[in-house]
Structures are given as structure tokens and as C-alpha cells.
Design a protein around this ligand. Structure first.
Ligand code: GLU
Length: 418
């Protein structure tokens, strides 16, 4: 299907094919599992603040609807394209299935630079996108959430637009909303908190003392910043952080509270006093115990995979490591990989809790949310490590095998209609 042609979609397909070979999935099942169920591309004209009109392009890809509604984030970024969103939707499917959530995967996006739009322009764009998507979404059809470049406020506008259309308030249409509008306690922190939990489990598994470990984090958005705090609570020293504008390094450890204040004022970690400047490329090759890519796809490639110097590669981003890099890392048994579909699953797990709470109009305390989150992550982690060791396969192949097999079995059992 050429419409999805994009290096990231190709990469998701390569990963799928490798696992399909491993699982010996018959050829006739493969296309059914691989390609999205449906994809929407919409033109989004909005009034700019200066009185002009600009048209943006929006996407939504729903990968499969076999197990329930589709679930996945909405991304605002200049590089968003149909193929990228399709890859991200596929990964959401395997992530949800690995964690036993009753969802298929989805992802959406608008090709735009949110940093260059005013708040009112952003609101008009979000509302127009939601309006265009109304025929294709719903609490039992497709439920969106934040991703790169979107946040709680964007979810609030989406919920409002959908609710106004329906004539009553529908909190379960999106997750990652503000808590005051039916959001879940602990959702904002969920992805980073999950990364912290899994890194701690990984250090147990390989016999590394977490309280003496160092970490380097690529990306300081919602996921990167909460991951930093969460790792710091386990005693990890955060020695380097980068974002789209630059990076900082301090072998003695960065003061995260001061760094948060700096980022709040400057919108970047770059220029943080008391630390040396560092590029994204340098961060990935820095000697450290825990390397956390928490930004975009395809950061660890054939070029730098041989040069990374960590014990644990914790993939907080979606798709940060290419299949060519995977082949190189497979020859480096000293590196323990926590693959993306497992590592960043905390976000969608608590999104699931938020959806359940909204449907029941019955809300849980934060301790209950965190406890239930860790139980699901623990089960997914244990199953993945066990399978990886039993079959002597990389952690990514193990995690994807568990997810893909569950979707395959669900499709087989439901049968083909008519
Ligand atoms: N965007 C997040 C992800 O990639 C969360 C999706 C969700 O909560 O639905 O997993």
C-alpha cells in the first residue's frame, strides 16, 4: 500500500515481518494484521490572528477495531505525515495488546509547528480537526489522547467541541484531560512514572545498583521530564538532557528542580547554568548506565548503534531504534533493551483507567491508579523477559510477539465477515 510510504511505516512493517516470521503467521493473515483498517486525511482551514486564512492537513489512522475502540495520541509537529501516523497507530495496537487493554491502536496528527501558533490559533485548529473527525470517533469507536506537541488543554478543547456537537458532556471521548474535566489522577505523570518503574525492574534483572546509576535523556517534554524525576526518586543521577534546541551535561548530576524552572522560563534546557552544552548526537553516545530516548522516531540508527555506551536502553519514545540498529544491538549482549511498546505503555494504561472512570462516572484516588498501573506493567515486563529468555529472542521481538499474537488470535476467533 504505497499511500503509507514513509521510512517510519517501512520500519514498523519490517519489525512486524520479523515477528510474523518468528511466529510463523500464515501469509494470508499478515496483510490483515499489518495495514490500517481506515485512515482519514482532512483539510483544516482556520482564521489566523492577522485575519488571513491558512489550511493545515490533519490525519487519523485507526489500525484495527477487533478488540474494542481504537486508542492513541494526537501529534502536532511539522513532520507529521500519513505514513508516520500509520506506523505509530500500528505500534499502539501491539502496545495495547501487550498490556491486555481492550483496544486497537490509532494515531492522529496535524502537520504544523505549534510553537509558531498563538493559543487562539491552536484552539481553532484543534476544534476544526475535532469537528472534521466527528463521524469517525466516539467513546466506543476511537478515543484520542495527548502525544508530541499536544497537552491537557488540547484535550479539553476536543472534549468541548465533541460535547457541544452531541448536546451533552462526553468526557470519555478523549483521555489525558485536565483532572477537573474528568481526567484521571496520575495520567499526566503515567508514561514517565512507568518508564521509571520498568528501568528499576531492568536494573534488578541485570544486577545493576540503581542508586549508583547514571542516566542520559533525549527529550524534555512531558515524558522526558517526568522520567527524569521518576528515575531521580530511585536514586539515579541524571547527567545529561537534550531537547530540540540543544542540551546540557554535568557529570555530577543536573539539579532537576532548577532545570524545570529554567525550562519553564526559556522553553528549552539549552543554556542551563552550571552545565556544559551537549548536542543530541553527543547525548546518544555518552557513557551512562541508562539511555532514554524520549523524543522522535529513528534516533538510534546503523550509524550510532555501535557507539551507544549504556547498560539499559529505555525506549520512552515510540520507534526510536531502527531495525538496522536493532541488528547491531543484538550483537551487544551487555545492553538490555526495554522496547518502546513496553517502556512507554504507562501512558495508554492510565488512559484506559481514565476512560473506564469516565464511563462509570466513578473516580479513583491516585494511589489506586499507580498501584493498578504498576501491576499491569509488572505483568507485561515479566511475560516479555520470560519469553525473551525462553526463546533466546531480543526483548523487542518478545514484546511484539506477545502483542501481535493476541491480535492475531482475536481476529481468527472472531472470523471473517461475511
Ligand atoms: N500518545 C501516547 C502513546 O504513544 C498515549 C496514547 C494514549 O494514551 O491513548 O502511547
Amino acid at each position: 500500500m504505497d499511500i503509507y510510504d514513509h521510512p517510519t511505516f517501512l520500519m514498523a512493517c519490517q519489525q512486524f515481518d520479523q515477528v510474523a516470521d518468528h511466529l510463523e503467521i500464515p501469509q494470508e493473515d499478515r496483510d490483515r494484521l499489518k495495514y490500517p483498517k481506515r485512515s482519514m486525511v482532512v483539510a483544516l482551514p482556520i482564521h489566523k490572528d492577522d485575519g488571513s486564512t491558512q489550511v493545515f492537513t490533519g490525519y487519523r489512522v485507526q489500525h484495527h477495531l477487533t478488540l474494542g475502540p481504537t486508542k492513541g495520541g494526537l501529534r502536532f509537529h511539522p513532520q507529521v505525515s500519513l505514513g508516520e501516523v500509520a506506523a505509530l497507530a500500528m505500534w499502539m495496537s501491539w502496545k495495547c495488546a501487550l498490556c491486555g487493554l481492550p483496544y486497537g491502536g490509532a494515531k492522529g496528527g496535524i502537520t504544523c509547528d505549534p510553537g509558531k501558533l498563538s493559543l487562539t490559533e491552536l484552539e481553532r485548529l484543534t476544534r476544526r480537526y475535532t469537528q472534521e473527525m466527528i463521524p469517525f470517533i466516539g467513546p466506543q469507536v476511537d478515543v484520542m489522547a495527548p502525544d508530541l506537541g499536544t497537552n491537557q488543554q488540547v484535550m479539553a478543547w476536543m472534549m468541548d467541541t465533541y460535547s457541544v456537537h452531541m448536546g451533552h458532556t462526553v468526557p470519555s471521548i478523549v483521555t489525558g484531560k485536565p483532572v477537573g474535566l474528568g481526567g484521571s489522577l496520575g495520567r499526566r505523570e503515567a508514561t514517565g512514572r512507568g518508564v521509571g518503574y520498568l528501568v528499576n525492574r531492568a536494573t534488578d534483572t541485570i544486577g545493576l545498583d540503581i542508586s549508583k546509576a547514571t542516566a542520559a535523556i533525549q527529550g524534555f517534554g512531558n515524558v522526558g521530564s517526568i522520567t527524569a524525576l521518576s528515575l531521580a526518586r530511585y536514586g539515579v543521577k541524571i547527567i545529561a538532557v537534550t531537547d530540540a534546541f540543544g542540551g546540557v551535561y554535568n557529570a555530577e548530576g543536573l539539579n532537576l528542580w532548577e532545570l524545570e524552572k529554567h525550562v519553564a522560563a526559556r522553553k528549552t534546557v539549552a543554556g542551563f547554568p552550571g552545565a556544559d552544552a551537549l548536542t543530541n548526537e553527543q547525548l546518544l553516545e555518552l557513557p551512562c548506565d541508562i539511555l532514554v530516548p524520549a523524543a522522535l522516531e529513528r534516533q538510534i540508527t546503523a550509524e550510532n548503534a555501535g557507539k551507544i555506551k549504556c547498560r539499559i536502553l529505555a525506549e520512552a519514545a515510540n520507534g526510536p531504534t531502527t531495525p538496522e540498529a536493532d541488528a547491531i544491538i543484538a550483537q551487544r549482549p551487555e545492553i538490555f533493551v526495554i522496547p518502546d511498546v513496553l517502556c512507554n505503555a504507562g501512558g495508554v494504561v492510565v488512559s484506559y483507567f481514565e476512560w473506564v472512570q469516565d464511563l462509570q462516572s466513578f473516580f479513583w484516588g491516585e494511589t489506586e491508579v499507580v498501584d493498578k498501573l504498576f501491576r499491569i506493567l509488572e505483568a507485561a515486563f515479566t511475560q516479555t523477559v520470560t519469553l525473551s529468555r525462553k526463546q533466546k529472542i531480543p526483548m523487542r521481538v518478545a514484546a511484539l510477539s506477545l502483542g501481535i499474537k493476541r491480535v492475531q488470535e482475536a481476529k481468527r476467533t472472531r472470523g471473517l465477515f461475511p
